[in-house]
Ligand binder design. Structure first.
Ligand code: THU
Length: 137
């Protein structure tokens, strides 16, 4: 894990992640998580966590953002950077399921930043988040 100055996080992406976190459907945990993924220079897709009374059906913000990018025609390897904003966590790092999806879809050197309400930031490459992944080529 590496700590970064909050100024190293792209502010537009952070703002989009923060805004979409307000749309979280999280009546069970109360956690509000937003993710914004940048694809190339211009395109950004967003997602928030969506919980369900059948708890295991909960979708994390990260996977919802990545799935939105795919639905808009973005291809594997074209997702370059993600900012995740979370309230309700002291410190967030992506769950295992999201890491598996990140490693499949994002560029190998893509960077993921997690930001909390207090302005603390942790940043990793997707390779750092999930070394030795399961892949089918
Ligand atoms: N959650 C995310 O959206 N992303 C993460 O990286 C970890 C957890 C959500 C899922 C659930 O709605 C809530 O946070 C508590 O686990």
């Amino acid at each position: 894990m590496s700590e970064r100055d909050a100024r190293a996080v792209p502010q537009r992406l952070l703002e989009q992640a923060r805004e979409v976190s307000e749309h979280a459907h999280s009546p069970y945990s109360g956690a509000r998580v937003g993710a914004a993924v940048r694809c190339g220079e211009e395109r950004v897709f967003i997602g928030c966590n969506v919980e369900n009374a059948s708890y295991g059906l909960t979708q994390c913000a990260e996977r919802n953002a990545l799935n939105a990018a795919i639905a808009h025609g973005i291809k594997r390897g074209e997702m370059d950077e993600m900012v995740i904003y979370a309230s309700g966590f002291q410190r967030l790092s992506p769950c295992g399921a999201c890491r598996q999806v990140m490693i499949e879809l994002m560029a190998p050197d893509a960077v993921v930043h997690c930001c909390n309400e207090g302005g603390e930031v942790s940043s990793w490459s997707v390779n750092q988040l999930f070394p030795e992944p399961f892949v089918l080529e």
